[in-house]
Design a protein around this ligand. Structure first.
Ligand code: SAH
Ligand code: SF4
Length: 365
């Protein structure tokens, strides 16, 4: 049993006033909290010894009583297209993957960061590597924020003297179902959005859900300006029950109603993701049904050609047939895009993430 008196206070995840209060509670001036805030959220610093404007005694004291648990990057892989995949480890040795995607091929490109919210995923979609790798636990809010700081720290080692805001978009599309870890995800959004800290605008943040209806309704009421992406993938309950087991709890009708509610409450358009599985959901009639369901919602549709996963039976459609499906949607007057693929050569693309640990050995790095 850990001695409760010995547990250090976690500072990561605290906002400025919480840090000020903490410093006051240990007999220090409140402004020290503001200094620490800057070190954590602007300079991605975890070590009190590096916080050079704090008095030496305070640094020593904090080192004994508090921690800033920015996750360790155990491995990283860089794709030919500049996508970077990090294997991150938390205090309890649990691991997730976090992916940095350049927004263009330009030298001064900014990056989109794809965050994980759970270790594994309980939803267990039939086509997804994460789902198949089993579920272990949800991440804490500070662990999700830690993925951002840790990735920025790695990036700043590679891109010296780059601008502060190299990472300017966040997508909750890594491992896990964000709306099944609701409080931690919302709290992490507030930290990431805080203009005195990481300062990424809500409109530059997207949450992707497999269709957790209760979570969508709750999110609508938060009145945040984040983008909601719903992973639809099928236009009948029969198929969706097989692909996304959460559909058995929340069938299509209730999901589309929740999307509509979100639109009405927030005034924001919703994006629907649709993974193209060859011979499963990419026929002409699927496109027609998709148009029939989504047109009234004025939705954006993001087509994702399937990234094949070893051991799973689903296949990626040919480039031509993906383009054909896209064209069918455009012909129906829908606002659809065909997603460019990033990082497939390092298995960093959608749905290829898993905690890479087989038989006690790291694999695939
Ligand atoms: N759990 C959330 C967010 C993470 S998955 C969700 O399901 O929405 C992000 C997106 O990648 C989802 O749309 C998911 O369905 C899709 N995806 C999963 N596995 C994939 C694969 N192998 N190829 C392409 N897309 C995949
Ligand atoms: Fe979980 Fe999303 Fe993968 Fe489904 S697609 S198993 S919800 S991570």
């Amino acid at each position: 049993m850990p001695d409760p008196d010995n547990v250090k206070t976690e500072l990561l995840g605290m906002d400025m006033s919480a840090l000020e209060n903490y410093l006051v509670s240990i007999g220090q001036a409140g402004f020290r909290g503001r200094q620490i805030h800057k070190w954590i959220y602007e300079k991605n610093t975890a070590s009190f010894y590096e916080m050079s404007d704090l008095p030496r005694e305070l640094r020593q004291r904090l080192d004994g009583t508090a921690v800033v648990s920015i996750p360790r990057v155990l491995k990283q892989r860089v794709s030919r297209d500049g996508t970077r995949k990090f294997l991150m480890e938390f205090e309890d040795k649990k691991r997730v993957e976090t992916v940095l995607i350049p927004q263009s091929y330009e030298k001064d490109s900014r990056f989109t960061l794809c965050l994980s919210t759970q270790v594994g995923c309980p939803v267990n979609c039939a086509f997804c590597a994460t789902g198949r790798s089993g579920y272990q636990r949800s991440l804490k809010d500070y662990e999700i924020v830690g993925e951002v700081l840790s990735s920025r720290r790695e990036l700043s080692k590679k891109i010296k003297n780059g601008p502060d805001n190299l990472v300017n978009h966040i997508v909750y599309m890594g491992m896990g179902e964000p709306l099944l870890n609701y409080e931690a995800v919302i709290s992490s959004i507030h930290r990431i959005n805080d203009h005195r800290g990481i300062n990424i605008g809500q409109r530059n943040i997207t949450i992707s859900t497999a269709g957790e209806v209760k979570g969508i309704e709750r999110l609508a009421r938060e009145k945040l300006q984040v983008t909601l992406a719903i992973s639809l993938h099928a236009t009948s309950d029969e198929l969706r029950d097989q692909l996304v087991p959460l559909n058995r709890k929340y069938p299509l009708k209730s999901l589309l109603q929740a999307a509509n509610y979100f639109i009405l409450e927030t005034g924001r358009r919703v994006t629907f993701e649709y993974v193209l599985l060859d011979g499963v959901n990419n026929r002409h009639e699927d496109a027609q049904k998709l148009a029939y369901l989504l047109k009234p919602l004025l939705a954006n549709i993001n087509l994702i050609p399937y990234n094949e996963v070893e051991g799973l039976p689903y296949r990626k459609p040919s480039r031509d047939s993906a383009i054909q499906f896209h064209q069918w949607l455009l012909n129906e007057g829908l606002n659809a895009t065909l997603r460019e693929e990033h990082g497939t050569d390092i298995e960093a693309a959608c749905g290829q993430l898993r905690a890479e640990f087989k038989n006690g050995n790291l694999t695939k790095y």
